[in-house]
Design a protein around this ligand. Structure first.
Ligand code: SAM
Length: 253
């Protein structure tokens, strides 16, 4: 049975302190290359304001700061323990002036309309209960011409890699991941949630329905991960309604 939102949050609270190690071991250290690929797709030029949603332990936010020395980054997550790990890293790397972390929900971003140049979310959207609301929020906070970047797991398209990967993913990864995270269910949940997530074309359509322009996607590591890139049209399409902020007064940036 799928986990309820509160159970997902509790799970991230429980695994936070070994989360980075789990990622690195179980992805054979590919995870940092995936996050680098995302950071490389940020819009070019000028200082950027970037919101990293479901920031977790701030790995993406830190990568963005490393790649883009003029960027101001806000990382947001609803798990205080994941953010606490991230905060330790940003302080030890002397990035407190450029990177802030705040507790918040992807479905109700505490950020004013059109104030971000880019919104990123890595391995987070699959976990968000009510994806349509979250995508509408990404659209709302992005300026015209702004960019959403989404990293999410998927399955390889070619049949042999797909079969081999499914063997690893469904039979090796859950016991190993549960052992590393000292959880009974965290990696069973990972597999279930990846298999339940829409196929890449269907997720791209969800982005379009949320008001983004044409969506491009790049399969990474044979399609184990997809990187989606969706831009906000420079002028809103006629008749397109962009939800306005209901969170004025609680802006944390
Ligand atoms: C798999 S982790 C990804 C963390 C990080 N982006 C990374 O690349 O390692 C998923 C994160 O999504 C967060 N999350 C899930 N649902 C959320 C929501 N509705 N609002 C904010 N954060 C959420 C969890 O707390 C968790 O930190």
């Amino acid at each position: 049975m799928p986990l309820l939102d509160g159970q997902v949050r509790r799970m991230f609270e429980e695994v936070a302190f070994s989360y980075d190690l789990q990622n690195s071991v179980l992805s054979l250290r590919r995870d940092s290359a995936w996050r680098r690929a995302l950071a490389d797709r940020l819009p070019p030029g000028r200082p950027l304001r970037v919101l990293d949603v479901a920031a977790g332990t701030a790995e993406v936010a830190l990568e963005i700061c490393r790649r883009r020395p003029l960027a101001q980054v806000l990382g947001l997550d609803y798990s205080p323990s994941m953010l606490a790990v991230g905060r330790g890293k940003l302080l030890s790397q002397g990035l407190a002036g450029r990177l802030s972390l705040c507790l918040g929900d992807a479905r109700r971003l505490p950020v004013r309309d059109t104030c971000m140049d880019a919104v990123s979310i890595a391995f987070g959207i699959r976990n968000v209960d009510d994806r349509a609301t979250a995508l509408a929020e990404f659209r709302r906070v992005l300026r015209p011409g702004g960019r959403a970047l989404v990293l999410e797991f998927s399955l390889p398209e070619a049949s042999v890699p797909r079969r081999l990967y499914r063997l690893y993913f469904e039979h090796v990864l859950p016991p190993l991941g549960n052992f590393l995270s000292r959880s009974d269910y965290a990696y069973d949940y990972l597999v279930e949630s990846v298999l339940a997530f829409p196929k890449p074309e269907a997720f791209a359509q969800e982005l379009t329905r949320a008001g983004f322009g044409p969506v491009s996607r790049t399969p990474l590591s044979l399609g184990i991960v997809q990187l989606y890139e969706a831009n906000v049209p420079n002028r809103p399409a006629q008749g397109a309604a962009v939800r306005s902020s209901s969170s004025e007064g609680v802006s944390c940036w």
